[in-house]
Write a protein that binds this ligand. Sequence first.
Ligand SMILES: Cc1cc2nc3c(=O)[nH]c(=O)nc-3n(C[C@H](O)[C@H](O)[C@H](O)COP(=O)(O)O)c2cc1C
Length: 170
Amino acid sequence: MDVFSAISQRSSVRAYKPIDVEEDKLMKILEAARLSPSASNRQDWKFIVVRIKETKKKLAKAAFGQSFIGEAPVVIVACGTEPKATMACGQPAYTVDVSIACSFMILQAYELGLGTCWIGAFKEDETKKILSIPEHVRVVAMIPMGYPDQPPSQKSRKSLDQIVCFEKYE
Ligand SMILES: Cc1cc2nc3c(=O)[nH]c(=O)nc-3n(C[C@H](O)[C@H](O)[C@H](O)COP(=O)(O)O)c2cc1C
């Protein structure tokens, strides 16, 4: 599968077949995160793989009851370990770095036939307690993952001319 096919065909998956994710597939997805670029190549991130049912149920509760998280065979919780580091542009590096790694994982998962859904709606404090995440570490995203048990959804996107301009902001 070429990159553009993955980008254009992927959609969020919120229902998963009760089938385990193979270890080699999971490791390839994590490898995609490891190989992702980061500001100054800092790689200040940690990806927690959660497969214990009880823990996933607790994460679903921390995510405002998004119960499909508890039904996914695997949930990856993506963290920034040095949240004080900022880039020269003023943006915190960790949100950008961890988001790139999550995007790469999501696309790699898609190529392997796995569905994912980026989860940004969760109570961070509760999530940190569940997973024993240290105080200074920030949780950027949860990614439930598994074989899709739903048809792909239609993409709804703004047109290019709504979001792109040339040479100056218009
Ligand atoms: C930063 C971010 C946070 C998101 N948070 C959630 C979430 O908490 N729950 C959920 O069901 N979907 C969540 N989504 C998925 C979006 O709703 C979805 O990507 C968007 O509607 C586009 O649909 P598509 O992924 O199927 O193309 C999130 C996506 C992003 C990028």
